[in-house]
Ligand binder design. Structure first.
Ligand code: ASP
Length: 318
């Protein structure tokens, strides 16, 4: 049995590419890297890779994480600039004995020395978003932090290897050097081939408070199904944050266990995810909350068309 699950509709084309690898008995690490690169390379997704939205200084700083559930090796980079595929660098770092997590200048130097592909990741479309946001913030006192959507995936291959990975440009208008949960093992992603894996998206500062990906894997180890584990972890963290600080940021998660069973949960309306396995072609679902429970509604073709239309519609300087 193989399977792959990913956050947000933008992962669909990537999951289709991963499916080609997995159904030929390919490796889950190769499949997840291929899938995430597909999202990183598509310039109309403004929260990951090329076309990602910049920090408050107008620079695109990217984060990525990777974990191999067989060896428990991790690799991550934070606040890297000017390299085209952060996920590939994170995966390579997972093969090092030490120095597995690099940030800022050190990450840039490592990528440069190891011959990774350089690229200016700031697109003209992202520049317009930046310009417009600065203007709106002056006029309307808007909060800067919106427009986030990390790609996170968990993948299982026929040799029972589970991997988890993430890639993101983080929060729009974040401070230079800020990283969220995405490159932090246990918060943004976690994989253990003897149990399963999980990954998160939402407000990194809050997701980290619950080490939510590790928590989900730990709940699956105790015997909960991926769906039960996702709901339990989201509801617990959401409740705790509301009790302790009056509010909770967005928390959305997906998980898959070593049998290929999957789950997804969220404390917001409209979180979408993509899943595929040997008996289930890549399919997009939307998480809806009903009486404290999360249900998965199939995304209609109209919904998918509208999703794409919104992402690709022309934007103009204000
Ligand atoms: N979790 C990411 C971060 O805080 C953002 C996201 O998932 O959308 O950087």
């Amino acid at each position: 049995m193989w399977g792959i699950i990913a956050t947000w509709t933008m992962s669909k084309e990537g999951i289709e590419k991963a499916e080609e690898i997995l159904k030929m008995s390919g490796d889950s690490g190769d499949a997840i890297e291929k899938a995430i690169k597909e999202v990183e390379d598509f310039e109309y997704y403004k929260s990951v890779g090329y076309g990602g939205l910049p920090n408050e200084e107008g620079e695109v700083e990217l984060d990525a994480g990777y974990m191999d559930g067989d060896t428990l090796q991790i690799g991550a980079i934070g606040a890297i600039r000017d390299f085209s595929n952060p996920i590939t660098i994170a995966r390579r770092l997972s093969k090092e004995k030490v120095n597995n997590v690099l940030v800022g200048e050190g990450a840039i130097q490592y990528a440069y020395q190891n011959g990774f592909q350089r690229k200016n990741m700031l697109t003209s479309r992202a520049k317009i978003h930046y310009h417009n946001r600065l203007k709106e913030m002056k006029e309307l006192e808007l909060k800067p932090y919106s427009g986030h959507d990390t790609v996170g995936m968990v993948c299982l291959d026929e040799l029972h290897k589970v991997v988890a990975a993430t890639s993101t440009s983080g929060l729009f208008m974040k401070k230079k050097g800020r990283i969220g949960d995405s490159p932090i093992v246990g918060s943004g992603f976690y994989a253990d081939s003897q149990i399963g894996g999980a990954t998160a998206t939402g407000l990194g500062e809050d997701l980290m408070k619950g080490c939510i990906s590790y928590e989900i894997v730990s709940l699956m180890e105790k015997g909960l199904s991926p769906q039960e584990a996702c709901e339990e972890a989201v509801n617990q963290l959401d409740t705790k944050l509301k009790q302790r600080k009056g509010q909770s940021g967005d928390i959305s998660v997906v998980a898959m266990n070593k049998k290929g069973e999957w789950g997804a949960a969220s404390n917001i309306e409209g979180f979408s995810f993509v899943v595929a396995n040997a008996c289930h072609k890549p399919t997009v679902y939307i998480v809806k909350r009903k009486n404290g429970k999360c249900i998965h509604e199939l995304a209609s073709q109209e919904w998918l068309d509208e999703y794409m239309r919104k992402r690709m519609e022309p934007i103009y300087k204000k």
